[in-house]
Write a protein that binds this ligand. Structure first.
Ligand code: NDP
Length: 234
């Protein structure tokens, strides 16, 4: 098994752990990186996922290097937290644009090859906030809830071609994104988990890898929590 895998935002955090997990099992992995350098040992293409031309070029470079994309992990994402009453319209728009519209654009770019091949795996990285909501995250939760609706609808359109579409909803995972979640807020979140700890990026990567595997051939339209129990019941 050696598939052409594309991971957006694969230069750090959950994306990097996921890219490494695929590479370790022998897949041909392309990661997109927006800033800095590509991660060591992985094929990187520079890409700002909010720029359609950049997305088109990145997918083309990945295709040339490793062949048509067979597995897409749409992972790139941002937060711009603020209570809604004080949130700039621009901060709302930027989060929707990056987390939802860019994921849609990348999916659109890779889907024709999957449909032609009559096989594909799409995994969208959303968040527990999509279901539970979170103060300060009206923009983020809306973007991630949008991914769930998008993914579930798409899965119903492409299932006949053996393309599965699944969503993972991580909870609190130790990456740069949550380094400012400290003190009482962190304790409050950890107290709502069943495992009383934050997750590691590798623990999300393992679930993504499963969803992209042959073992998950009958799993589609699923929303899979990777939260240590945070937000269960939603
Ligand atoms: P990080 O902040 O560590 O990484 C975010 C990644 O997204 C980086 O690679 C970043 O690239 C990339 N990215 C952001 N904007 C763009 C853009 N416009 N174009 C291209 N790449 C972009 O976050 P995580 O690893 O924690 O997050 C990964 C995903 O997991 C996100 O979708 C996030 O919402 C989700 N998630 C994370 C949780 C957590 O607790 N950590 C919880 C729930 C969901 P660059 O390095 O160039 O900025």
């Amino acid at each position: 098994m050696s598939r052409s895998v594309l991971v957006t935002g694969g230069n750090r955090g959950i994306g990097l752990a996921t890219a490494r997990a695929f590479a370790e099992q022998g897949d041909k992995v392309t990661v997109t990186y927006r800033t800095g350098e590509p991660p060591e040992g992985l094929f990187g293409v520079r890409c700002d996922v909010t720029d359609p031309e950049s997305v088109r070029r990145a997918v083309e470079e990945a295709r040339i290097q490793h062949g048509p994309i067979q597995v897409l992990v749409s992972n790139a994402g941002i937060t711009r937290d603020e209570l809604f009453v004080g949130m700039d319209a621009e901060d709302f728009r930027a989060v929707i644009e990056t987390n939802l519209l860019a994921a849609v654009a990348v999916t659109k770019e890779v889907l024709p090859d999957m449909l032609k091949a009559r096989w594909g795996r799409i995994v969208l990285v959303a968040s527990v906030s999509a279901m539970s909501g979170a103060p300060g995250q009206t923009n983020y939760a809306a973007s991630k809830a949008g991914l769930i609706g998008f993914g579930r609808s798409l899965s119903r359109e492409v299932g006949r071609r053996k393309v599965t579409v699944n969503v993972v909803t991580p909870g609190l995972i130790e990456t740069d994104m949550v380094k400012d979640v400290t003190g009482p807020r962190r304790e409050h979140l950890l107290g709502q988990t069943s495992l009383f700890r934050a997750g590691e990026p590798e623990e999300v990567a393992g679930v993504v890898k499963f969803l992209a595997s042959d073992d998950a051939s009958y799993v589609t339209s699923a929303v899979v929590p990777v939260t240590g129990g945070l937000g269960v019941g939603h």
